[in-house]
Every structure is written in structure tokens, then in C-alpha cells.
Design a binder for this molecule. Structure first.
Ligand code: ADP
Length: 257
């Protein structure tokens, strides 16, 4: 049930009444849940044929390439890239719909932020070298552990790092950092890329919002998934950025007791 309260004041500004508006959102929530269930079922069904289609076209590209005309090879390559893109979209949709339908179970444990950073850094070892990008992690050795599902938070970190990697360009720098503020740890991923215009900074956490529209290799769902995962941990996520001055994505996690 959603409610809002409005105060009514007389000419002398004294309170003369209150309007309390109650709105029953049970049906709305049920519609949202059914929508997530439908997206979940559809993306689940699409995943298997897309995987085999991707494998078949991939094999064709590998083995039949010598006998193919240049134009046919280009067409096959384009089809392969689109299949990979569609598969990434379907995977993201499946993840997001599962979270929205309350179908993910978090396996909470007490885990150090250093371990989470190490897991995420390991994923990018080769990619960083290939792209000439440096990645540093700065963290207080005495920082207490957080209460988190290590796999899911590693997913959040890797998504933020892969976005940063996409925007920093050769010679760029990505910095991971963590600090403790009150009962929470603040984890951040900062890059020296192009930054994000202020009017987009809250919107990019919504589904399918991209600053340039259909950005290379992206689905527009990564940050929406990050937000849901962080929210399921009882935390919050936001970005601090200015055009030309890089971006810093920050999220909070509760400390383990
Ligand atoms: P995508 O699959 O497009 O990366 P995300 O939800 O992860 O989807 O990000 C949404 C949009 O936010 C991106 O398309 C991009 O416009 C912007 N964005 C995300 N991370 C960065 C970053 N580090 N620097 C600049 N822009 C970013």
C-alpha cells in the first residue's frame, strides 16, 4: 500500500487539516510479478536455441572459412556477432527478471573486500594487458568484512569494471577503492574515461538506458542488474561524474557482524 500525506493550512499558516491518500498497489505488484515471470520464461526458452545457433555459426566460421567468398564470410561474421549480442541480452534479461520476481537466493557470507576485489581483478587479467589499461586497488588492510553473496557482488564489480574498460581507452586507468562509513562499506570503481552528463546519471540505472543509445557491445541492462543486486543486499548504488572528468560508481554493503 502506498500513501501520501498533505497538510492543509489556513490563511494564518496554522494547520487546519490533513489529507491522507492511500493507494492499494497489490494488483500493480501482481502485474509486475507476472511480467517478470513471463520475461523469465521467454528468455529461458530463447537461451538454448541461441546457444546452439551461436555454436553452429562459430564452427562454420572456423572450418568453412577457406572455401567462402569474402562477402559470404563477412555476412557470416556479422551474423555471429549479432547472435552473441542477442545471447548477452537474453542472459541479462533472464538475470534481471529472476531478481525482479524475487527468484534469486543470495548466499550471504562474511567476506573481505580484498577477496571480492581479487576475484574481480582475476577476470580482467588478460583484457587489461591487451587494452593497455591499468587497474589498481586501494583498501584499508584493517577494513572489517562485509555481509554479501560473493558471486553476486563479484558480478557487480566485474560489470562496473568492464564498463570502465570500455570507456577509458588505451593508457587509461581504473581504480578500485573501499572505505568504511558508519555500518557500511563503500566500494567504488573509478575511471578516467569521458564521464557521464548530469542528466543521465540517475537514468543509466534504469533498464535499456544508454547515453549514446545502442552502445557497442552493451545491452543497457548491466547497471539495472547491479542496482537490483545491491538493493537485495540492503545497499545503494550511485555514480559521481562530470563530462571529461571520468566516472566513479559507488555502492554500499552492510558490514558483517
Ligand atoms: P551497457 O550494456 O550499455 O553498458 P549499462 O547498464 O551497464 O549498459 O550502462 C548503461 C549506460 O551507462 C552505458 O550504455 C553508458 O552510456 C553509460 N555508462 C556506464 N558506465 C560508464 C562509464 N564507466 N563511463 C561512461 N559511461 C558509462
Amino acid at each position: 500500500c502506498l500513501f501520501s500525506v498533505t497538510a492543509i493550512r489556513g490563511g494564518d499558516r496554522r494547520l487546519s487539516g490533513v489529507v491522507l491518500l492511500l493507494r492499494d498497489v497489490t494488483r500493480l505488484k501482481e502485474v509486475e510479478r507476472l511480467k517478470s515471470e513471463f520475461v523469465m520464461a521467454a528468455s529461458h526458452e530463447l537461451r538454448t536455441p541461441l546457444t546452439s545457433l551461436g555454436m553452429s555459426v562459430g564452427l562454420l566460421l572456423e572450418h568453412a572459412v577457406a572455401g567462402l567468398a569474402e562477402r559470404d564470410r563477412e555476412l557470416l561474421q556479422a551474423a555471429h556477432e549479432e547472435i552473441q549480442r542477442m545471447k548477452a541480452l537474453v542472459d541479462d534479461l533472464l538475470d534481471l527478471s529472476k531478481i525482479e520476481a524475487g527468484r534469486i537466493e543470495l548466499e550471504f557470507e562474511s567476506v573481505s573486500v580484498a577477496t571480492l576485489f581479487d576475484h574481480a581483478k582475476a577476470v580482467f587479467k588478460n583484457q587489461l594487458e591487451m587494452n593497455g589499461v591499468s587497474l589498481t586497488a586501494e583498501l584499508d588492510a584493517a577494513a572489517p568484512p562485509v555481509r554479501a553473496d560473493a558471486n553476486k557482488i563479484t558480478w557487480v564489480l566485474t560489470n562496473l569494471i568492464s564498463n570502465a574498460l570500455r570507456y577509458v581507452g588505451k593508457g587509461g586507468h581504473i581504480a578500485l577503492a573501499a572505505s568504511v562509513i558508519g555500518p557500511c562499506a563503500h566500494l567504488s570503481v573509478r575511471d578516467d574515461g569521458p564521464g557521464i552528463p548530469p542528466e543521465f546519471q540517475s537514468k543509466i540505472f534504469q533498464k535499456f538506458v544508454q547515453v549514446q543509445g545502442r552502445e557497442a557491445g552493451g545491452t543497457g541492462l548491466g547497471l539495472a542488474i547491479c542496482k537490483e543486486i545491491v538493493r537485495a543486499h540492503g545497499g545503494a548504488i550511485w555514480v559521481e561524474s562530470a563530462p571529461g572528468q571520468g566516472s566513479k560508481f559507488i555502492f554500499t554493503l552492510p558490514l558483517a557482524r
